[in-house]
Design a protein around this ligand. Sequence first.
Ligand code: HEM
Length: 374
Amino acid sequence: MVWEEAVRVTLDLIDNVWKNKAEVTTDNAVDITLPLALFVIGSAGFGRKISFEGDLNIPVGHTMSFKDALHGVSTDLMLNVLIQKWAMSLTKRFRTMRRAFLELQKYMQEMIDERRDAQKKPERRDLFSSLLDANMEEAEGTETRLEDSELIGDIFIFLLAGHETTAHTLCFTLGLLALYPDEQELLYKNIMDALPDKRLPAGILSLFTYEDMSALSYVTAAFLETLRLFPPVPKIAKKSAEDTILVTTTTSGEKLVVPVPKGASISLHTPGLHYNPRYWKDPYEFRPQRFCEDWPRDAFLPFSGGARSCIGRRFSETEATAILTVLVLRYRIEMRDEPQFISETVEQRRERLLKATVGTTTTAFISMSFPFLC
Ligand code: HEM
């Protein structure tokens, strides 16, 4: 479902927004990847097909379409978390955000009610339905059964966790592919080689399916290599559950014993691990190939590790591979030429374009153009 939705939404962008133009330019590539990721989580998460074209369907009892509510909430999700209810009425932006939040809450409550009604219960495979079904299987009144408000809260977390991270990583991947055209060529070659007869047929919607994902290993590797270079969660917060000792070695090779008391706050510093030359050769280089060879699993923690690691890992890998496959098949990704930067070196360009800021997650600002390829 994630694969199908990611392909559908990317083709919707190309066909209906870009109108298959020969060249598309953007000031900030995240303006492309954020809605893509939002619509995929909206569709695969809630089982509602969302597309770029305006959604005029506002059901009775609502003042916004589902898509607008989803978009409104996701745009300002952190603001919503941070700002007190009373402050929400102060400005137009806050009022719109509050309205979107209440609207989405209402849509979700309706979905819950719909599933309670055995007669109406729709056959669905989306994340929200799975969570509801699992919760309904719990006996009523038991402690493990979630209240409706808890279910809705969990879904909001999914929404935030599930689209910003993937969107910003995809944006960095596009930037890196533009900066490393040879790598982009290898990725394109991987896609062409994965085609059944190595030729591009007329319609690409059904060209690849989820079953083909393993053949698109270089595409997935480019996404993983981006996650190594720009992990969206640079510090993963943990608390020690018991007194323990960590044993490590210093850069000069001496053994170091670090006592960690119960309750101590620990932060997993993912960039520190991902750029450590002890585990990664030429760590500052963008080399997707390393993920096609034997690579150090324990030195790669963008999704964290252990029992509480990210449950959306496969979701985002699938989504990213599908989106990149469709984009690279149809467009060449290039940096936009800007006269004021004409004399800069490749290193200066790389540094300027991939300047990351820490927002909710690591955020990318990249400007580029997409000349049509086929
Ligand atoms: C590039 C994409 C993603 C990255 C880098 C990422 C990273 C992470 C990290 C670092 C954590 C914290 C784990 C910990 O505390 O040890 C996490 C948790 C979580 N992620 Fe993701 N994530 C991504 C995509 C997704 C997607 C697509 C979804 C949903 C469809 C998702 C759902 C969640 C949820 C629900 C949790 C909380 C798990 C728990 O507390 O048990 N994530 N993610």
